[in-house]
Design a protein around this ligand. Structure first.
Ligand code: NI
Length: 176
């Protein structure tokens, strides 16, 4: 069990493109995945990308079940996704509130594609391809963005909808 330090916005490692994983089932990769799982759970995150703990590899973990940070979200099975690719299935974008463990204490209204197909590999190296929409699609787009060096404020179109969580919850969210 190892909870790792989560890098915060401003750290240049979060703006780098991560490299693809070339070999599966290695001790290093298994330790990385185990640390990512522990770190995400410790922080009550819906997802975490390897660059957030300072490892520039294309590995993300996400999942949501009774998460206090996202009380209204539908459950998503916890899964590892390695070397992901996203195909947009519908050009429609929808806006919703996001947070990020690398941008602690804040929320922003972010447009994301409503429906996608994501593909990649699980931790054993098995290929997978899954269709997702709404919050599930949003989480995948957010986590994969970390692998391309993009944080959610960089996807926002209206920065007046970026704020501290308590203020957003008390004010902005009630106006939409
Ligand atoms: Ni994030």
């Amino acid at each position: 069990m190892a909870v790792r330090e989560i890098l915060r916005m401003g750290n240049p490692l979060l703006l780098q493109e991560a490299k693809p994983v070339k070999e599966f089932n290695t001790p290093q990769l298994n330790v990385l995945i185990s640390d990512m799982r522990d770190t995400m759970h410790d922080a009550n995150g819906a997802g975490l990308a390897a660059p957030q703990i300072g490892v520039s590899l294309q590995v993300v973990i996400f999942g949501i079940l009774n998460n206090p940070r996202y009380p209204d979200a539908d459950p998503i099975d916890e899964q590892i996704l390695i070397n992901p690719k996203i195909k947009v299935l519908d050009d429609e974008k929808v806006e919703d509130w996001e947070g990020c463990l690398s941008v602690p204490g804040m929320r922003g209204l972010v447009p994301r594609y409503k429906k996608i197909c994501y593909s990649g590999y699980d931790e054993q190296g098995n290929a997978r391809s899954i269709e997702a929409d709404d919050f599930h699609a949003r989480v995948v787009q957010h986590e994969c963005d970390h692998l391309w060096g993009i944080l959610y404020p960089m996807r926002m179109t209206d920065l007046s909808k970026l704020g501290f969580t308590e203020e957003v919850t008390a004010n902005l969210k009630n106006t939409d």
